[in-house]
Write a protein that binds this ligand. Structure first.
Ligand SMILES: Cc1ncc(COP(=O)(O)O)c(C=O)c1O
Length: 285
């Protein structure tokens, strides 16, 4: 089955896709991205993902009308062309190709639009059954984490630290000792009978999965607190789980050297994961 790419209006095999070395994405990470997954061959929560992409573009003053560009149809076409049962679509839009200088390029420079379509491989079932280990690390990111920028150095360093520790994810801890989110996931905990997650704002990415989990929790009448918790509060929580497009809702049973509660996925985590899977199965997204 071919992995495919789309570059500035043209579909091609992934191996043939190229962009200029003068592309500002390559030179400066001057671009934004989105990752979408499919269920049953359909893009999941596409409207929310494209809405977030618009937010990111606007924040960086990259002028591209996604509706006029037809990105929604391009995503669907990419998924259909790939032929994989389930796909992961990566979209990257940069400020375009121009001689390297820091200020914006000349008016009329076209943004570069790249999409890749690959087979989606979700974490193994055993991970959801047993839960995963995470490590904590300082949140070294900039002050606009709500922008899904391709500049991911701090996230990469954090994830590598997790990988070297044999952990699934790294929890990012800010200068005030508060957990913001994971390096590529949102994070939730259950404590004092409520579901807690960091508030929306510049400290975190407005995760699409986080939004859905919060919606489902409210439907289930679980008390929800969109407030920061400290690393210590996460370590001592009754339950902890991660959320993300490819991760879905993943139980966390160890944070650094601390076991979370009894070291097994907790009941609310399992209930919310089940609610998420039922939401997916309903198909009205
Ligand atoms: C920093 C960060 N937080 C959270 C998420 C999860 O977001 P979503 O649920 O939209 O996949 C991601 C996904 O890439 C991420 O990079």
């Amino acid at each position: 089955m071919p992995e495919i790419a789309f570059v500035n209006g043209v579909f091609m095999p992934l191996a043939e896709a190229v962009v200029s070395v003068e592309d500002r994405g390559f030179q400066f990470a001057d671009g934004v991205y989105e990752v979408l997954a499919s269920y049953g061959g359909r893009p999941f929560a596409q409207e929310s993902h494209l809405h977030r992409l618009e937010h990111s573009l606007k924040a960086l003053h990259i002028d591209l009308d996604l509706g006029a560009y037809g990105l929604e149809g391009i995503v669907r076409e990419g998924m259909a062309r790939s032929g994989f049962a389930e796909t992961m679509v990566y979209i990257q839009i940069t400020r375009g190709t121009a001689p390297r200088h820091h200020e914006f390029p000349a008016a009329g420079t076209q943004p570069t639009v790249v999409m890749t379509v690959k087979q989606l491989r979700r974490p193994a079932a055993e991970r959801y059954e047993k839960g995963v280990k995470v490590v904590s690390t300082p949140d070294l990111r900039w002050k606009r984490c709500d922008i899904k920028s391709t500049s991911l150095l701090a996230n990469i360093l954090a994830k590598q630290q997790a990988a070297e520790a044999g952990a699934f994810e790294a929890l990012l801890v800010d200068g005030q000792g508060r957990v913001t989110e994971g390096s590529s996931t949102s994070v939730f905990c259950v404590r004092q009978g409520a579901l807690w997650t960091s508030p929306a704002g510049p400290h975190i990415l407005p995760s699409i999965t986080r939004g859905i989990v919060l919606e489902l929790a409210r439907e289930l009448k679980l008390p929800v607190r969109e407030e920061f918790c400290t690393l210590e509060q996460y370590q001592q929580a009754d339950e902890v789980f991660l959320a993300g497009t490819t991760t879905e809702a993943m139980p966390v049973v160890r944070i650094d050297e601390h076991q979370v509660a009894d070291g097994k996925p907790g009941p609310l985590t399992r209930q919310l994961r089940q609610a998420f899977l039922e939401y997916v199965a309903r198909g009205d997204w």
